[in-house]
Ligand binder design. Structure first.
Ligand SMILES: Cc1ncc(COP(=O)(O)O)c(C=O)c1O
Length: 339
């Protein structure tokens, strides 16, 4: 099966499994697992932060950050299509008791002026606005990369209003490769940064939250409260570390494959897509020639798995997908839509 459903479907390579099998471990909850510590330090260094905390998932990284930055009743500014709002099971309300103030962005991106107009003035009737969240790359926005100047603009508006900033950088590795601007240069505008090893980097499990020492100490308490304290976590941290050291530089290949897929799809009658909008490894398109669900079923018969819904489809490239797979997918799609 050519699996284009997500970059989360990647399976650990033999070398990654070997690194995991031979990882040195101890009890991280009791305070020390050498491999987890190595991963946390390396991640903090790449992100230009003081410290990092290994967590089981991107959702936990984001929600621990939210809990650490806010108190119940606060208002948090985020983009209307962002993962924290759409796909984290209502956790901002359920766990942190915060309100989400949504900005309608453009491909998931918004501006400093958007932030200024969303911030609540001090008034006894209003919630306190305390945090702005940014997603880079933006998943539902189509894998869009935030230009550094636009991050700086949003950060200046947030700082001017006394707000903290959190970055959902589940795919920050992709943003860095696509923009040629390294992770730390993106991360420096934010008080906290969430990153995932389990997506483009190909690790089976794991994410991290980075920030300053005091923030991470507090976040560690909430990780434990959320049930995210893990004992011999070095086993999975070793997979994450392997991905970090070996699979970051190759992401340009995934982006080139995504672009080739988008350009090929644009040539097929019955598909609507703007290939110029594909900046990283996520390819969203619409099917006009048949119901999208039907195309998904027919492609499955041809050995291609996609995720669909709501008229639009998503194909994601990863280290599991080769250029030959892209060519097969394009041939199969063209044949199905012609027939
Ligand atoms: C932008 C973004 N943030 C956070 C997450 C959550 O990651 P996890 O599935 O590890 O909880 C995802 C998952 O796809 C994502 O795309």
């Amino acid at each position: 099966m050519i699996d284009l459903r997500s970059d989360t479907v990647t399976k650990p390579s033999k070398a990654m499994r070997q690194a995991m099998a031979s990882a040195e471990v101890d009890d991280d909850v009791l305070g020390h697992d050498p491999t987890v510590e190595k991963l946390e330090q390396r991640t903090a260094d790449i992100l230009g932060k003081d410290a990092a905390l290994f967590v089981p998932s991107g959702t936990m990284a984001n929600q621990v950050a939210l809990k650490t930055h806010t108190v119940p009743g606060d208002e948090v500014i985020m983009e209307a299509q962002c993962h924290m709002y759409w796909y984290e099971v209502g956790a901002p309300a359920a766990i942190s008791g915060v309100m989400c103030r949504l900005i309608e962005g453009n491909g998931g991106l918004f501006t400093g002026d958007d932030v200024r107009s969303a911030v609540r003035p001090a008034d006894v009737h209003f919630p306190r606005t305390t945090l702005v969240c940014v997603e880079d790359t933006h998943n539902r926005g189509g894998g869009t990369v935030w230009p550094i100047e636009q991050i700086a603009d949003v950060a200046a508006a947030a700082r001017g209003a006394g707000l903290k900033l959190h970055l959902d950088g589940a795919r920050l590795w992709n943003a860095a490769v696509a923009s040629g601007v390294n992770e730390a240069a993106h991360a420096r505008y934010f008080d906290s940064v969430a990153v995932c090893y389990s997506k483009a980097l190909g690790a089976p499990v794991g994410s991290a939250l980075a920030g300053d020492v005091d923030f991470i100490a507090e976040a560690k308490r909430f990780r434990k409260m959320f049930g995210g304290g893990m004992r011999q976590a070095g086993i999975i941290a070793a997979g994450a570390l392997y991905g970090l050291e070996n699979n970051r530089d190759r992401l340009a290949e995934d982006h080139a494959n995504a672009k080739a897929l988008a350009e090929g799809l644009a040539e097929i009658d019955g598909i609507e897509i703007d290939p110029a909008a594909v900046e990283t490894n996520l390819v969203y398109f619409r099917v006009t020639a048949m119901p999208a669900g039907q195309l998904v079923e027919r492609l499955a018969d041809e050995g291609v798995a996609l995720l669909g819904g709501n008229g639009s489809l998503r194909a994601v490239t990863s280290l599991m997908v080769t250029r030959a797979d892209i060519e097969h997918t394009l041939r199969a799609t063209a044949t199905i839509l012609k027939g």
